[in-house]
Ligand binder design. Structure first.
Ligand code: BES
Ligand code: MN
Ligand code: ZN
Length: 497
């Protein structure tokens, strides 16, 4: 699917379908000026039959329209009010795309972005138009290693028609943003859907390396191996990995889009557990296959790094993919073990299935060396978060009001929602241990907050947000598979930086 802009001239012969939005009361309120009176009279006559009256989302395809016999015209109902609401606008776009799927048209001209939509500027109108179209048309499938690719026989070219050339730059920017975000989302999804026998920590590190090769002027990737982790005393992270034949790898991708402002980068930390069996505190076998996506946080970091590189955003971001397996083996860590984390804090293991926080706590400590301005960790951390918020909202916990609000707003605009959950000091009561500084489990209540509380103990004075994506990174319902969340949220947030 290709999108481009078409400015104010007679559409050439190439166009084989023109999409026109028709209102109920004043049908031709916003028609492009190249639509002749002859065509309008014809459409009026057709509307007299009463089959198409312009209700929201109604569609009708016209063939053989006078003076335009080579093209089809797709009429889309836009309702009564010429000031569309956001939801009506989206409904209209969906109806349009749904119809176009069944039409063989290849070169489509559409003027819907010229319509007035309440509270939406041109940039947002175009973003929504292109996003919804892409989501609908590139509907994603991951079957037998068939990764997402555009069907070469079904390439379509979308021309967004405008009459005001002044808007050209902003429209092009909106299209560029969507293209880059989708590039990232597709990579995130492909990575999440990849089975664990292929996608292990090493694989994540190879992906991180090849990303550097793709954007050599912007990225610098550094892989931390098991040996280096040992030297760094990242024992909490290492302990989780001991039961697996696969060694852990932590990939550090440095993006320098603003060389002058080198201090205070934004650090994104992704949990990259490429399979979570639960370890000796083994998980039940039901849906255990889905634990391959316990690396969704890392996959999101990878996708977001792709997007910001593609857009060359003027910011500095360090993306960390904390790759590792949580398996059962002779060398597995055990419930009862006491581990000295990189920070020096001693952790009593009560549940080897609470491995995410053990990996992340050492990575949070490691992040200090970057002198971060903001740290955001992204992790499929707790089943409790899924129980609380389902597949709709990502759980957000933060030590900073402004950061939390920025993320909530970015979520609303991008429709990649987050809901803030509390971080009260009393949640840490459940983390008390009689033999160590803290334990790694909870007491069965408020699991998402207790886990975040654990992480907070490894954050210094930095602004920090934790995104629990256990419920949102994956869909078990209708289209089982990765959702590519929360890429849009993070891209929106970073675009505003
Ligand atoms: N990766 C899981 C969390 C998870 C569960 C993600 C379901 C997606 C779907 C995490 O490592 C885990 O097992 N958490 C435990 C923590 C508990 C033992 C304190 C949980 O949520 O049960
Ligand atoms: Mn687990
Ligand atoms: Zn896990």
């Amino acid at each position: 699917m290709n999108f481009s802009v078409f400015v104010n001239y007679e559409p050439d012969k190439l166009i084989d379908c023109i999409v026109l939005g028709i209102f109920e009361l004043n049908p031709f309120s916003y028609l492009p000026n190249f639509i002749s009176d002859q065509v309008k009279i014809y459409i009026s006559k057709i509307m007299k039959y009463g089959d198409f009256q312009g209700q929201i989302g109604q569609t009708l395809v016209l063939y053989n329209v006078p003076t335009m016999t080579k093209k089809r015209i797709l009429l889309i109902g836009c309702g009564k009010n010429i000031n569309l609401s956001e939801s009506h606008y989206k409904k209209i776009i969906k109806a349009c795309i749904k119809n176009l799927v069944s039409i063989r048209a290849k070169y489509i001209l559409c003027s819907l972005i010229n319509y007035n939509v309440l509270h939406l500027n041109m940039y947002r109108k175009v973003r929504f138009f292109v996003e919804i179209s892409k989501e609908f048309l590139n509907f994603y499938e991951f079957k037998n290693f068939k990764f997402l690719h555009e069907n070469p026989d079904d390439q379509r070219y979308f021309f967004l028609y405008i009459e005001n050339i002044k808007k050209l730059a902003i429209i092009k920017l909106a299209i560029k943003h969507v293209d880059a975000i989708f590039k990232g989302i597709i990579r995130t999804k492909n990575l999440c859907n990849m089975p664990s026998n292929i996608c292990n920590a090493k694989y994540l590190s190879e992906k991180s390396k090849s990303l550097q090769l793709e954007y050599p002027n912007l990225l610098n990737t550094n892989i931390i191996s098991k040996r280096e982790m040992e030297k760094l005393k990242m024992n909490a992270y290492l302990s989780v990995s001991y039961g697996s034949y696969n060694e852990p790898f932590m990939s550090i991708i440095r993006y320098t889009g603003n060389p002058e402002r080198n201090s205070y980068p934004i650090v994104l930390i992704g949990k990259g557990v490429t399979f979570d069996s639960g370890g000796l505190s083994i998980k039940p076998s039901r849906n255990l296959d889905e634990m391959k996506y316990d690396m969704s946080g890392a996959a999101t970091v990878y996708g977001v790094m792709t997007t910001i590189s593609e857009l060359q955003l003027p910011i500095n971001v360090i993306g960390i993919l904390a790759g590792c397996d949580n398996m059962i083996g002779q060398n597995s860590y055990r419930p009862g073990d006491i581990i000295t984390s990189m920070s020096g804090k001693k952790i009593e293991i009560l549940n080897t299935d609470a491995e995410g926080r053990l990996i992340l706590c050492d990575v949070l400590t490691y992040s200090n060396r970057f002198n971060p301005g903001i740290i955001i960790d992204i992790a499929t951390l707790t089943g409790a978060c899924t129980v609380a918020l389902g597949e709709i909202y990502t759980g957000l916990m933060s030590n900073n009001e402004q950061l939390a609000q920025d993320l909530i707003n970015a979520g609303k605009i991008s429709n990649d929602l987050v809901w803030r959950l509390p971080l009260h000091t009393n949640y840490s009561k459940d983390l008390q241990s009689s033999v160590a500084d803290l334990n790694n489990s909870d007491k069965g209540l408020a699991g998402a907050s207790v886990a975040a509380c654990f992480l907070s103990k490894f954050v210094n004075n930095d602004l920090w947000a934790h995104l629990d994506i256990a419920g949102t990174a994956w869909s078990s319902s209708k289209m089982k598979g990765a959702t590519g969340r929360p890429n849009k949220l993070l891209c929106e947030y970073l675009l505003n930086k």
